[in-house]
Ligand binder design. Structure first.
Ligand SMILES: Cc1ncc(COP(=O)(O)O)c(C=O)c1O
Length: 310
């Protein structure tokens, strides 16, 4: 990891190496935390956080779904994040807010253990690599099914739920692929290990809907809007596994990975990124980097007084 200088933790700015927790923190044992992955980009208007409010609203909703009372408002976390980016002197970065049940009580109903909140920011390049963004990645349909809504809450971005994504990602990388595609409990396509998925068939774009155990991705929503603004029709529908192999194009999108074409699935070649993927990817990149006038409202610009060092 590329260290920064400061981390915001429970209302204070602490040095990166001092941002520590007790080993008996509840979240460490049971995964009782919720988090976000957000990115800020260098734009003509300055450092701008992409769809910051939507991410923080999802954080608050994830917390609510797991009965965690956030001790800070969305506005307070937003202000802290702006100040953190300024203090660390970063022009672009990945942003990781996390709220977790801390130290104080063990057991499964540990209501007296406090909810702790932190935000860290650091430079982080494209999650599936620049090469993957240009030429596409190789994916494998995972033997692990995406968490079921009957057992957990796919709509929540909760720490413990990521053991499912870790199993899928690990299996695919160890088998020599770049990423995993997970099916839902009924066998329909759900999403990537940390990205939503889109397929293009007969020129039509489709993506799994909310009943396919997806995370309601901020990038997914942005891509749907961009595609429709470009004149494409996007349907949210069940996608059969075989459609992954029969599709003209498949791509993934998420904050960490951004928009990544898929060039091969289970050893079925899809080839170099197709036209639809290319056009949407270019527009999406424009939106992220503040080059698309109509999407400027998605940017939360960090006002930049000079770097504070203490
Ligand atoms: C499981 C999962 N699905 C989808 C996504 C994409 O969501 P977003 O575009 O909001 O980053 C992510 C990343 O947060 C994820 O972890």
């Amino acid at each position: 990891m590329d260290k920064s200088e400061w981390i915001w933790m429970n209302g204070e700015f602490v040095a990166w190496d001092d941002a520590k927790v007790h080993v008996l923190s509840h979240g460490l044992h049971y995964g009782s935390g919720v988090f976000e992955g957000i990115r800020a980009y260098e734009t003509e208007r300055g450092t701008a956080i992409f769809r910051h409010r939507e991410h923080l609203e999802r954080l608050a909703k994830s917390a609510q779904l797991y009965y965690l009372d956030l001790p800070y408002s969305i506005e307070e976390i937003r202000d802290a994040t702006h100040e953190l980016i300024r203090r660390n002197g970063l022009q672009s970065c990945y942003i990781r807010p996390l709220a977790f049940r801390g130290y104080g009580e063990m057991g499964l109903y540990a209501q007296s253990a406090p909810v702790e909140v932190m935000v860290a920011v650091w430079p982080w390049g494209a999650y599936l690599g620049d090469e993957g963004k240009r030429h596409g990645v190789r994916a494998k349909v995972s033997s692990w099914r995406r968490i079921s809504p009957n057992s957990l809450i796919p709509h929540a971005k909760a720490s413990g739920q990521y053991l499912n994504s870790i199993l899928a990602k690990t299996e695919s990388v160890r088998a020599g692929y770049d990423d995993a595609i997970l099916l839902d409990e009924g066998g329909a396509v759900s999403e990537g290990s940390g990205e939503n998925i889109f397929v293009v068939r007969d020129g039509l774009i489709a993506t799994p809907g909310h009943t396919s155990s997806i995370l309601d991705g901020v990038s997914r929503r942005s891509v749907i809007q961009i595609a429709e603004d470009l004149g494409y029709r996007v349907s949210e529908r069940d996608i059969a596994r075989a459609e992954l192999y029969l599709a003209e194009e498949v791509f993934l999108c998420g904050t960490a990975a951004e928009l990544v074409p898929v060039r091969e699935i289970d050893d079925h070649p899809l080839g170099e990124p197709g036209e639809v993927t290319r056009v949407i990817q270019a527009r999406f990149e424009d939106a992220l980097h503040g080059r698309a006038q109509e999407y400027l409202e998605w940017l939360d610009v960090v006002e930049q007084p000079s770097k504070v060092t203490s």
